[in-house]
Design a binder for this molecule. Structure first.
Ligand SMILES: *[C@@H]1O[C@H](CO)[C@@H](O)[C@H](O)[C@H]1NC(C)=O
Ligand SMILES: *[C@@H]1O[C@H](CO)[C@@H](O)[C@H](O)[C@H]1NC(C)=O
Length: 357
């Protein structure tokens, strides 16, 4: 991808998107689940409806795939499996959302697509059409999808038009902030093969713009203007990480950058893009939360800090920290790239939903 881009042939993300295309599988129903590609609120979705006739109402899951807001598809083999198994094992209607992607679309489009699908599904008449219990609906997602799930859950609390409350949110190695991309987890996993720091910084900056000056400023952690210094308390790993996760890192105060970037691209300071930046008062009424973090992941500390902030705000949280796992492990649940760790993380997440949704 880097070579094609250097030669001026294709944008990096367009080359990467070929992987998504190769992994694509058509919607196919099986003995347990009816699978269709359709739309909710003009946003494409892949819908999984259990076949088994059930006496009572079913559960509902709105799922957002990962891929740095630029890649991925609900129809990728691994996402199709993940959501299909969720549907069949939980007897749940699963709505897997194909929100629009960068580099063609930028924030807030991804968020708005995610939000409008969730809001559409949460309408009483829609839930009842799919025989879903309004008391048993959650949002979930991995990586950039975990970011969208967290942002959607926050925004729903402030929307007086939504009458159904979420029962839970499940955030699987989510990306939650752009303020500090030099956290201990970024330092330790800078050269992680699946998600190196440089790629994460690129995903973040291209969520907002293709202007490389934002990417360069982020890469050197000099993109936050001093006027926004009050936000650093929300990503202060020195106070928010548990002792054992600080290891032997030394906290240094933030360095500030030029104010024009934040004026031009205010998205990176917006809690709808960076849910960790929400004030405590906005976290109070969030639903029961499941957070998966992986040891070998630049995003590890994002998830761990959100756990700390949610707990301090009185939100019940289950934190599964997988010491032997890496970012993206949930993608490795189908051949030819099938790993035990992927199945283990997936089973644990589905079991938690089964017991809590
Ligand atoms: C359907 O569900 C049964 C029971 O849970 C399971 O054993 C079987 O593998 C499922 N079929 C598919 C195609 O996933
Ligand atoms: C971060 O937390 C540490 C100690 O917990 C504190 O000394 C420091 O001032 C904080 N920095 C910011 C920018 O909030």
């Amino acid at each position: 991808a880097a070579l094609a881009e250097q030669l001026g042939l294709m944008h990096y993300m367009d080359v990467m998107m070929l992987i998504t295309a190769v992994e694509y599988v058509a919607p196919m129903s099986d003995e347990n689940v009816t699978v269709t590609d359709t739309e909710f609120s003009n946003v494409p979705i892949r819908l999984f409806v259990p076949r088994k006739p059930s006496d009572g109402l079913r559960r509902g899951v709105v799922y957002f795939h990962g891929g740095g807001w630029s890649l991925g598809d609900a129809g990728m083999k691994s996402y199709d499996r993940l959501t299909r198994w969720t549907s069949s094992r939980l007897n749940a209607v699963v709505v897997s959302v194909n929100y629009r992607l960068a580099p063609k679309h930028h924030f807030p489009t991804q968020f708005e697509d995610a939000y409008s699908v969730t809001k559409f599904f949460l309408q009483r008449n829609v839930l009842s059409q799919y025989r879903v219990d309004p008391g048993r609906v959650c949002v979930a997602g991995d990586s950039a999808g975990g970011n969208l799930a967290a942002a959607v859950a926050q925004q729903l609390l402030e929307d007086s038009e939504v009458e159904t409350e979420l029962k839970a949110q499940a955030l699987l190695y989510p990306a939650l902030q752009t303020l500090d991309v030099n956290l201990p987890s970024y330092q330790e996993n800078e050269n992680d093969p699946l998600l190196p720091k440089a790629l994460m910084v690129r995903f973040w900056s291209e969520y907002f713009t293709l202007d490389v000056s934002l990417r360069e400023a982020m890469a050197s952690n000099r993109h936050i203007p001093s006027e926004s210094s009050h936000l650093f308390q929300f990503v202060n790993w020195s106070s928010l990480l548990p002792e054992e996760m600080k290891k032997d890192h030394t906290y240094t105060s933030p360095t500030y950058g030029r104010p024009e970037l934040a004026q031009r691209y205010p998205g990176f300071l917006d809690p709808r893009a960076a849910p960790l930046l929400a004030s405590d008062a906005r976290l109070w009424h969030l639903p029961l939360t499941y957070v998966l973090t992986c040891e070998h992941d630049v995003l590890r500390d994002d998830g761990a800090m959100y756990v700390g902030r949610l707990r301090a705000a009185g939100v019940p949280v289950v934190h599964h920290h997988a010491r032997d796992a890496f970012h993206g492990a949930l993608m490795f649940i189908s051949s030819p790239a099938e790993l035990a760790v992927g199945h283990r993380l997936l089973n644990r997440y589905i079991k938690w939903l089964d017991e809590n949704l």
